[in-house]
Design a protein around this ligand. Structure first.
Ligand code: IPM
Ligand code: MN
Length: 350
């Protein structure tokens, strides 16, 4: 029987609630499809930071390396640790250390879920560059607190980094409806984004079966609202992808439905799976967080592990649940009720 070692980092706030819900569902899938998930939980979080002065131990990355995958709930508890510290101490270093350069986020309406748009038949896969660009962490501040203070945050785009994410986007498009839209702002950002466009045109030569569009980020924001059904795969830089995927979450009914995978495509390190939403301190521990985004991210983890049938079964169970109106509106169903409904749907599948 295949068995997979999973590093669980529930993190902060509702990250804990939704990680429990996800493992509950994934264990049902594992039993049904004949594999086992062997979880090991790590309490790395803002509470951990308060005790130890770091978000994870010094050997945290080395510890994670031996797992087949990482599942993360959410990070952040700004009342105690500034977000810029907690995120740069846990989530972002994991993405970078394991070269999880492809952040994949699907945006489509689940059955029974009403989004805010009139458009219904959209199915977008956003591929966000996840290790460099605007979130490289290069920059600094001088003359702090003085009138002549200067702050820089330098976006770093490397040929290796850009080429591999564009190529990844083309591969995804090839497996879907064969259309890729590359999102930049090359009219205003004349170095990095013009470079990105050039690399896209170069890589496109290897994918004559995929059609390519180039759009600016501002126009794409409008397009995702006005005509999302015209989009297939989108590829964007770290910052642009970050923003567009919150917009994607909004048009699919909210952050409660937005799943994500941080993929290390060559499998030289583990990939990490997490819902797009954050830790939502205001509703933490109240059994009211929607676990669907998290469970969907869990399905993406099963797919990555090679358990495609189990992954599809979990997705089908999620749809069967939302089709009954369970978990479709914020606050209408409780976390455990949604989780139980998904497990029941999964168990009941032929
Ligand atoms: C996300 C989040 C993170 C990101 C933050 C919390 C650093 O917004 O996964 O989209 O921007 O990568
Ligand atoms: Mn984000």
């Amino acid at each position: 029987m295949n068995s997979y070692q999973i590093a669980l980092i529930p993190g902060d706030g509702i990250g804990v609630d939704v990680t429990d819900a996800t493992m509950d569902v994934l264990n049902v899938a594992a039993r049904k499809f004949g594999f086992t998930l062997v979880p090991e939980a790590f309490d790395w979080s803002c509470a951990y930071y308060q005790k130890h002065g770091a978000m994870m131990p010094d050997d945290g990355i080395a510890t994670l390396r031996r797992f087949n995958a990482i599942y993360l709930g959410a990070v952040g508890w700004p009342d105690t640790v500034p977000d810029s510290v907690s995120l740069h101490g846990l989530l972002l270093p994991i993405r970078k250390a394991f070269t999880q350069y492809a952040n994949i986020r699907p945006h489509r309406l689940l059955e029974g879920v009403q989004g805010p748009l009139r458009a219904e038949g959209f199915d977008i896969l956003c591929i966000r560059e996840n290790t460099e660009g605007e979130y490289s962490g290069a920059g600094g501040r001088v003359h702090q607190g003085q009138p002549n203070e200067v702050a820089t945050e330098v976006a770093i785009f490397t040929r290796t980094g850009v080429e591999r994410i564009i190529r990844f986007g083309f591969e995804q498009a090839r497996a879907r409806r064969k259309h890729l839209t590359s999102v930049t702002k090359s009219n205003a950002q004349k170095y990095s984004m013009v470079f990105w466009d050039e690399v896209t045109k170069d890589v496109a030569k290897d994918y004559p079966d995929v059609t390519v569009s180039h759009m600016h980020i501002d126009a794409m924001a409008a397009k995702m609202v006005m005509a999302p059904q015209d989009l297939d795969v989108i590829v964007a830089s770290n910052l642009f992808g970050d923003i567009l995927t919150d917009l994607g979450a909004a048009i699919q009914g909210g952050l409660g439905f937005a799943a994500s995978a941080n993929i290390c495509p060559d499998k030289s390190g583990p990939s990490m799976f997490e819902p797009v939403h954050g830790s939502a301190p205001d509703i933490a521990g109240q059994n009211i967080a929607n676990p669907i985004a998290a469970i969907w991210s869990g399905a993406m983890m099963l797919e990555h592990l090679g358990e495609a049938k189990a992954a599809q079964a979990v997705l089908d169970a999620i749809s069967a649940t939302t089709a009954q109106g369970i978990g479709v509106r914020p606050g209408a169903s409780r976390t455990d009720a949604i989780t139980t409904a998904i497990k029941t749907a999964l168990e009941g599948q032929a």
